[in-house]
Design a protein around this ligand. Structure first.
Ligand SMILES: [Zn+2]
Length: 373
């Protein structure tokens, strides 16, 4: 499946393996090694999560319009980053790694220790014999690829979420006057997008797809959240054992991940999806925003009916299977709409520009015909 993904996911379906003269056997070996390094005992940060994130990235790029903004190398770096973005994850967050004086925090000076480790394992694995999928003659491309992968994996640090969101919103707010791609009809200047913009886009794609389960239908999302809650509680147990303060929401004796979803989904994930919306097709963006709003409603309803302390793992067993669909239907009936602040003005400007371009071409054609006559 992953091999097929690389063969079909470049811009306009380009085969990335032949485009970059990759050694296919080594690429497959690298993926197998990465898979083996994921800790399957982690309830959430395991290979299944890596696959879910990779699949969403592929969809966002190939089916939902993302490849209009990314070149082939960006797409290749993004897909590889997704596969390895949580490799060897310890099942603890950054705060814990720092508080517990772990080797990782020491090695990376308390700065995104887990994410730095994932990027490091990505490239260490590539150096293993039989895993060097980049052709030696592609050295220049390799350096760029490496730069992109490192930035993309580091962008998954949730502790940097608000800082990143601010940076993304600042740039998105200027799209009307300074779009990433000037001419979306031909996309001829896609490769001329500034390096800074290109990197920001890659980070936005990675960070957003890393949060995939939150904007999937409720029946899928609730399974993801139950797994995450389980991992949080395991960390809480360890904090208790070590005599450390227990992180908020991580205490299995009193907490439930359902209780913080209104804030997490509504105030963290939603603003990111609203900004990210500029880089995907409208119907896809609306679908995932509707799922997100449905999920917020479902958790609020679950707390109303079952109380704040009920664990997500227990709620998953008792909530009716049709809940998500029912709530989504209610939202649609109620005239659900998402205000998307920048996009309209930006799209209008792009359409106007395309029309002007069309008119210019038409008048140039007329002039030519006149001259020939
Ligand atoms: Zn992840």
């Amino acid at each position: 499946m992953l091999k097929y993904m690389f063969e079909t996911s470049g811009a306009k379906g380009t085969n990335l393996v032949s485009r970059y003269h990759l050694n296919e056997g080594c690429l497959i070996n690298w993926m197998k090694e990465i898979k083996a390094k994921y800790r399957q005992e982690n309830p959430y940060h395991n290979w299944a999560h890596a696959l879910e994130v990779t699949q969403m990235a592929r969809y966002a790029v190939s089916s939902a319009g993302g490849s209009d903004y990314l070149n082939n190398q960006d797409i290749f770096a993004l897909l590889c980053s997704c596969i390895a973005h949580d490799v060897a994850h310890h099942g603890y967050n950054t705060q814990f790694l720092k508080r517990a004086d772990t080797d990782l925090a020491l090695m990376y000076n308390d700065t995104s220790p887990m994410e730095n480790m994932h990027a490091c394992v990505f490239f260490q694995t590539m150096q293993q014999s039989g895993c060097q999928f980049f052709a030696p003659e592609e050295q220049r491309k390799w350096k760029n690829f490496r730069r992109k992968v490192i930035a993309t994996i580091l962008a998954t640090d949730i502790a940097k979420h608000f800082e990143f969101l601010k940076r993304l919103n600042l740039r998105v707010g200027k799209l009307e006057f300074n779009p990433f791609v000037e001419d979306r009809n031909t996309l001829a200047d896609k490769n001329n997008v500034s390096k800074e913009d290109r990197m920001l886009l890659l980070e936005a794609f990675m960070h957003t797809v890393d949060l995939t389960h939150n904007f999937k239908p409720f029946n899928v999302h609730k399974i993801g959240l139950a797994a995450l809650e389980n991992e949080w509680f395991n960390q809480g147990d360890e904090e208790l054992r070590l005599g450390l303060p227990i992180t908020a929401n991580y205490d299995r004796r009193s907490d439930s991940a359902a209780g913080c979803q209104t804030f997490f989904l509504g105030s963290m994930v939603k603003p990111l999806l609203v900004a990210f919306h500029c880089f995907t097709r409208q119907d896809f963006a609306e679908d995932i925003l509707l799922n997100l709003d449905t999920n917020i409603q479902c958790w609020e309803k679950a707390i109303d009916q079952h109380g704040k302390g009920k664990k997500v793992a227990e709620l998953v067993k008792i909530l009716p299977a049709n809940w998500g669909e029912e709530n989504k239907e209610e939202l649609i009936q109620g005239g659900w709409r998402q205000e998307l602040p920048w996009v309209k003005a930006w799209r209008d400007a792009a359409v106007k520009k395309a029309q002007e371009h069309g008119e210019e071409q038409a008048s140039a054609k007329k002039e030519k015909e006149k001259a020939q006559a």
